[in-house]
Design a protein around this ligand. Sequence first.
Ligand SMILES: NC(=O)C1=CN([C@@H]2O[C@H](COP(=O)(O)OP(=O)(O)OC[C@H]3O[C@@H](n4cnc5c(N)ncnc54)[C@H](O)[C@@H]3O)[C@@H](O)[C@H]2O)C=CC1
Ligand SMILES: N[C@@H](CC=O)C(=O)O
Ligand code: NA
Length: 434
Amino acid sequence: MTEPLRLGIAGLGTVGGGLVRLLDAHGDRLALRTGRRIEIAAVCARDKTKDRGLGHALDGVRWHDDAVALARDAQVDVLVELIGGNGVAKDAVEAALSLGKPVVTANKALLAHDGLALARAAERAGVALNFEAAVAGGIPVVKALREGFAGNRINALFGILNGTSNYILTSMAATGASFESALAEAQALGYAEADPSFDVDGVDAAHKLSLLASLAFAAPVDFSAVYVEGIRRITALDISFAHELGFRIKILGIARATDHGLEVRVHPAMVPEGTALAHVDGVYNGVVIEGDFVDQMVFEGRGAGAGPTASAVMADIVDIALGLKLPLYGVPVDRLGQIAMASIDRRIGACYLRLSVVDRPGVIADIAAILRDEQVSIESLLQRGRAPGEAVPVVIVTHEVEEAAMRRALARMGALATVLEPPTMIRIEEIKRA
Ligand SMILES: NC(=O)C1=CN([C@@H]2O[C@H](COP(=O)(O)OP(=O)(O)OC[C@H]3O[C@@H](n4cnc5c(N)ncnc54)[C@H](O)[C@@H]3O)[C@@H](O)[C@H]2O)C=CC1
Ligand SMILES: N[C@@H](CC=O)C(=O)O
Ligand code: NA
């Protein structure tokens, strides 16, 4: 057996703790697989005294209070960054790369903002910067895109990329849980980000989507170019109407090459019931990738949580132990292309609209007139209940419409005195086969 591979683990929370447990359980198996013992040389976290329930797994392991000092520790061969965010995590990753040490990270926020510079630093140092855990948790989707799909031009990829928001939407639909209580459960299970608004506002999914799109299209996709909308405005009423109309509400990340550029968007969507993604529930993520030769492939698995995320982190460590080293975005930074982004205004697709209107003759006629003026064609209209003079919900499903026209119509409908709240619009995504 050759020299051990000595890890420095920065962060001992959900993922770091999971990794320690995984190595404790599978150290022998991993040594057989890689021909090297994978050992923890040093760790770093905020609170040295905290009981993390890790038994004796960290006995004799050196402790650092500072993640950069951990990265620089001469006994550390690989930095495993599991702190998160763009502060000390970034400093530690940069410190490791500058010393020619490979890095494994689960930090999508860091890579979505600084991935290009860090990819350059890793290439300069001639080491790997692996991030399988950063996207779709335990699903090996980075590996799939970087290796398995290498022979394809990718036409589109889309899916459910955030476990916490999927958990919330699923709980609201299945048990009638409130948004707040479902979020609290997801937090208690270790699924949520340190700032859970990243989960519920679509930011985390957008971080992940920008990474997947960069890999898929071999061009850096700036996170700020991603259109982002979260799930806060989704109500139990929308969920129930969705079911009635044959849909499930999911928050999707979509990256698709179109004639007017690359669409990269994250938003709640009505997903047809007969598709695989409609049944990806709870903390599970689902990713669909369309390659020109391989056609469509669907991946499903746990997108968050200690075990699945640690599994992805360990897969990256094993690659390093085996000497596998691939560029962050699949191709070296100086061979990456440029790609024009399509504005969300150019999206063409059907929409679900829900309006809270005064139950009074003529209201629907006013709404229909606006839709006619903006050339929005109605597929169906549903009014539930009867409450003369009071508020009632009206649901409209449109035919395909350009986003810009839909928005103009929404603004005009929202301005009607008889429309009592800003209208809700949820895009209907016609997903072929998957
Ligand atoms: N929890 C999950 O299911 C998943 C998390 N991730 C990513 O993994 C990373 C870690 O996430 P979690 O384990 O959930 O977070 P966590 O909050 O459970 O753990 C963070 C750890 O970092 C330590 N830490 C925080 N600030 C520090 C500092 N300034 N110096 C040293 N240590 C510090 C904390 O003490 C804690 O041990 C994040 O980048 C997150 O986005 C990725 C996939 C799934
Ligand atoms: N907070 C994230 C964790 C994994 O990336 C999620 O809920 O998906
Ligand atoms: Na993954």
